[in-house]
Design a protein around this ligand. Structure first.
Ligand SMILES: Cc1cc2nc3c(=O)[nH]c(=O)nc-3n(C[C@H](O)[C@H](O)[C@H](O)COP(=O)(O)OP(=O)(O)OC[C@H]3O[C@@H](n4cnc5c(N)ncnc54)[C@H](O)[C@@H]3O)c2cc1C
Length: 613
């Protein structure tokens, strides 16, 4: 290839006015290094032109982290060459070094995601999870800057520790048998197990419950949730060969084989997954194809030898601090069959070139866990997901262009039921946490003799017992599905996933009603250790406990019912499994009421006054 001469223009955007010193290093494979250094005057950007000769797009490294600089852009080279290659190149700090991503990503080989492998050991430890995140950090942005290392960044570090704790749980000697299972000489996380019997399902449920208790049920998206998704989709992989674009036996486009392989890949490496189903909330009265830009909603741009290129965005992915993102079909896709570019299913690494996660404002504000017991541990994050011409290799594509198959994928593979089974166990753990906290408050302030207080506790007990009963019913009425998987019964799970979102908000309300001023008058740990400490100890003691223990309890109640963590939980419970309005409609559509209707008909047709049927 002939050398091409061009000028680079570097834009350093500073978020504060001031002197910015930058040094950079330009590298291209097979070429000499070029180093430059420049002090940037008081301005938001500067340009630097020079004309190296390269045969391929170089990669820019800024070797010394410039103060205040949060992004860097490379403009298209002048004078021909890789026109447009650098158009959208936005760089980020990675371990103190700022590198451009797009130039590398623009070469086909660099854009490629490494092939999947199942050489993993099975169930990993917390340290292995953290080290994997450090090596391959997801492309997360928060407050206008890239998170270089989520394990140390203040917005995500504590959550990473909590996730690591969850991975460690499966290696605790007394829990190992339950939280993992053995197959083919390896031990895997229990949530990857394909249940064949009701006993299997029971063990899976118990494992879900133990792991849910780790976060008191407030960790909505522990990896178990998505594990059950890929397990069911992998076991029901044959479903994906029904896709019109799938070619059975083809090394690239056999979608059933791809799905099966993906399941094994995720299981063998004990990967942590996030997922995003819904399109951006631009205009819900329009179809995706009717929006001002056809690629606001995530769509397929083109097919290449290597895979499909996708562009657009998805509205929400909880737990973006993950290894991979699963893009499954939105269950509310309403496109015409000819607009099928929006129907797709695939899984890619969270640092795939061109993929970015815009995180919401962190809820973990760095307070002591004694003061913010939940928010300081379980801010799982929610992110907006942007796909800037992301290449998805064929082996990671499970579904394409087929609207009907896309809309039915969760039901068709029964993934929705295995996910709902994890959810019902999680919500039992959460309701138990509310019960324990509410009863502890009542014990602390001696209000248990009042009838209305007892009635309020009884409300929580009723909710808990309903959820427990639905879990048992789902398990006991389980049946083997078309793919040989023991599948929990749909009706009780549908009842649970409609009942809980509709009633959850009453739980924090009950804590407020029972705790009253105690949930607001809670001096912090620092206050307790400050000059008013002795008075706090005297006046804020509990009937049955010291001020320190009482305040810890009320701080927990606050984080469960009043804090921004609690506010986000409330919204999460309303929507995380979908829009309650449409979920009720779906239940109406699938539930078989014919026997009940018939009974009424028989009654109406009954002659005479006899009481017997
Ligand atoms: C905290 C949180 C975490 C989440 N995490 C994830 C995640 O990890 N992955 C993921 O994929 N999703 C996630 N979700 C998104 C969730 O799937 C959606 O919130 C849910 O499907 C509703 O969609 P929407 O938010 O786009 O609401 P919209 O569809 O925009 O609805 C907004 C309002 O309009 C009404 N409406 C809109 N369209 C219709 C219609 N056709 N018929 C009747 N009413 C309508 C709704 O009832 C609602 O009142 C999360 C949501 C929250 C709040």
């Amino acid at each position: 290839m002939a050398a091409i001469k061009f000028n680079h223009q570097f834009f350093l955007e500073a978020d504060k006015i001031g002197k910015v010193k930058a040094e950079w290093l330009l590298l291209a494979k097979g070429h000499a290094k070029l180093t430059r250094s420049q002090t940037v005057p008081q301005q938001h950007f500067f340009r630097r032109h020079f004309s190296p000769q390269f045969t391929r797009p170089p990669v820019l490294f800024v070797t010394r982290k410039p103060l205040y600089v949060h992004s860097l852009k490379l403009l298209p080279p002048c004078g021909g060459g890789w026109e447009g290659v650098y158009g959208n190149a936005v760089s980020a700090f990675q371990g103190g070094i700022m590198t451009t991503s797009t130039p590398e990503a623009s070469t086909p080989e660099a854009r490629a995601i490494p092939p999947m492998h199942n050489e993993g050991q099975g169930a990993i430890t917390g340290e292995q999870f953290l080290s994997r995140l450090r090596q391959n950090p997801p492309t997360l942005y928060v407050d206008g800057a890239r998170i270089a290392d989520p394990t140390t960044h203040p917005a995500t570090a504590n959550m990473c520790k909590s996730l690591a704790g969850l991975y460690d749980l499966q290696h605790q000697p007394e829990l190992r048998e339950l939280l993992t299972y053995e197959e083919g000489g390896k031990r895997y996380a229990r949530s990857f197990m394909v249940p064949k019997t009701k006993e299997d399902l029971k063990k899976i449920g118990e494992a879900h419950r133990i792991r849910a208790n780790y976060g008191l049920g407030f960790l909505g998206r522990a990896p178990d949730y998505m594990n059950t998704n890929v397990m069911a989709a992998g076991a029901g992989a044959e479903y994906f060969n029904g896709c019109s674009a799938s070619i059975a036996g083809d090394p690239k486009r056999d979608f059933a084989a791809n799905m099966r392989k993906y399941y094994e890949f995720v299981r063998d490496n004990d990967l942590c997954l996030t997922h995003a189903l819904t399109n951006p909330q631009v205009n819900r009265s329009k179809m995706a194809s009717e929006l001002p830009d056809p690629y606001i909603a995530l769509g397929v741009v083109e097919e290449t030898e290597e895979g499909i290129i996708v562009r657009g965005a998805r509205m929400m992915a909880t737990l973006p601090i993950a290894d991979e993102i699963l893009i499954f079909p939105s269950t509310v896709l309403k496109e015409n069959a000819d607009k099928s570019r929006y129907a797709m299913g695939f899984g890619i690494p969270c640092n795939a070139p061109g993929l970015s996660f815009q995180c919401r404002e962190p809820i973990d504000v760095g307070r002591d866990p004694e003061d913010h017991p939940l928010s300081s541990r379980f801010d799982e994050q929610d992110a907006f997901v942007i796909f800037d011409d992301v290449l998805v290799p064929w082996e990671r594509v499970f579904l394409l262009y087929d609207v009907e198959l896309a809309n039915k994928a969760y039901a068709g593979t029964d993934a929705v039921l295995h996910m709902a089974y994890q959810v019902v166990n999680l919500k039992i753990a959460k309701t138990e946490a509310f019960l324990g906290t509410a009863q502890s408050i009542v014990n602390a302030i001696g209000s248990g003799g009042f009838q209305h207080v007892q009635a309020k506790i009884a409300e929580i007990i009723i909710m808990l017992e309903i959820m427990k009963a639905l879990e048992v019913a789902a398990r006991e009425q389980a049946e083997v599905n078309n793919y040989g998987v023991m599948t929990p019964a749909r009706a009780p799970l549908d009842a649970a996933r409609n009942y809980y979102p509709a009633n959850h908000a009453r739980l924090p309300e009950l804590l407020q009603l029972l705790g009253a001023s105690g949930i607001i008058m809670m001096p912090s740990k620092a206050d307790r250790e400050g000059p008013l400490g002795p008075q706090i100890a005297k006046f804020l003691q509990a009937g049955n406990a010291s001020a320190e223990d009482r305040l810890k309890l009320f701080r927990l109640a606050w984080d469960m019912s009043m804090s921004s963590f609690a506010g986000r939980q409330e919204l999460y419970e309303r929507y995380f499994f979908g829009d309650p309005v449409r979920m009720h409609s779906a239940l109406y559509e699938v539930y078989d009421s014919s026997e009940s209707v018939q009974r009424i008909q028989d009654f109406l047709n009954r002659k005479g006054g006899a009481a017997h049927a």
